[in-house]
Design a protein. Structure first.
Length: 129
């Protein structure tokens, strides 16, 4: 789990290569948990939710920091989705399937749970346990 999360951060801007299932699912799970914690802490610091009207400089600063962190994590999530698609021998463009309501989301989820297979993005294919 920790190694998968370390690989997530070390490959933040890497849109080539592959990411196996644990390298995709552990960061997704941990990022959602951490996002909830960050939002709660930001709410406690500012006294209101991060999407409400901002009034003081400390609230503006807190809101800006939270938004920058979310943007960085979103970018990393996008890159790990591309690498996960590569690991299932699909182009990164398959991420656009999630634009299609309901069916696209279900199809993208199925692509994310498929096992690793030999692909054109990695020479060192290793079967998952």
């Amino acid at each position: 789990m920790i190694e998968s999360y370390k690989r997530f951060w070390s490959n933040l801007g890497n849109f080539s290569g592959t990411a196996n299932r644990p390298d995709y699912w552990w960061p997704m799970f941990l990022n959602y948990i951490l996002a909830i914690v960050v939002v709660i802490i930001a709410d406690l610091i500012t006294g209101h939710s991060i999407d409400s009207n901002v009034m003081t400089w400390s609230q503006i600063t807190t809101n800006l920091v939270v938004q920058i962190v979310f943007l960085v994590v979103w970018f990393g999530t996008l890159s790990v989705k591309f690498r996960r698609l590569h690991d299932t021998d699909h182009s990164g463009w398959w991420i656009l399937i999630s634009i299609i309501p309901i069916i696209g989301t279900i199809w993208f989820f199925i692509l994310m749970v498929l096992p690793s297979k030999p692909n054109r993005w990695s020479d060192n294919y290793v079967a998952e346990d």
